[in-house]
Design a protein around this ligand. Structure first.
Ligand SMILES: CC(C)(COP(=O)(O)OP(=O)(O)OC[C@H]1O[C@@H](n2cnc3c(N)ncnc32)[C@H](O)[C@@H]1OP(=O)(O)O)[C@@H](O)C(=O)NCCC(=O)NCCS
Length: 159
């Protein structure tokens, strides 16, 4: 089924937090940060520096994407979060949300998208997803998050 993608509202908050808490990829600390970002967005909309859209199938919210222009750059955007409910994964929903965000970034004269992620083995599935969507590893900082947990900076150039 084709998802509807629309800007997040306060009514979507509980559903998104439930999705995030159930995903093994995110720690409670990471979910807390995601919630803080959501609350800033809900107060200030796009002027917060964050753009958040949800994906809905039928009347259920099944995922969200959060991205925004990187401050002090010309045309560089950060893709901060992308999450799809466990039950809805593997059906093209992540690809659809990512493509939607990329199209909007393009419309806003974006030329470079950056994703920061962990190099831990648990993120292998996520890395395969990013690779399939055209993101490549621009750099790696060894032991950034913790000993043995590298930071990967992924990039995708739109022009
Ligand atoms: C990563 C995530 C967003 C992918 O969403 P999804 O809806 O499951 O992915 P899709 O069904 O749209 O798959 C898109 C592509 O990724 C590939 N892919 C997805 N899951 C994969 C897996 N487990 N193994 C290999 N490839 C995979 C598919 O082959 C597909 O390729 P295609 O576009 O050539 O067909 C989702 O799994 C998720 O929310 N994971 C947990 C949170 C997370 O890691 N978020 C990203 C970092 S913030």
């Amino acid at each position: 089924m084709r998802p509807d993608i629309r800007p997040m509202t306060g009514e979507d908050r509980a559903a998104i937090v439930t999705i995030l808490r159930a995903l093994p990829e995110f720690t409670p600390d990471e979910v807390a940060i995601a919630e803080e970002v959501i609350d800033v967005y809900l107060q200030k909309s796009f002027s917060s520096g964050y753009h958040i859209f949800v994906s809905e199938v039928g009347s259920s919210v099944i995922g969200y994407v959060c991205y925004g222009p990187t401050p002090l750059t010309v045309g560089t955007w950060d893709m901060y979060w992308l999450a799809i409910d466990m039950k809805s994964q593997g059906q093209g929903m992540g690809r659809a949300l990512m493509a939607f965000a990329e199209a909007r970034i393009r419309e806003n004269q974006g030329r470079l998208i950056i994703i920061e992620t962990s190099g831990k083995p648990e993120y292998e599935k996520t890395r395969r997803f990013h690779h399939s969507q055209g993101y490549t590893i621009a750099s790696r900082i060894a032991d950034f998050y913790a000993p043995g947990d590298d930071k990967l900076i992924l990039e995708k150039r739109l022009v």
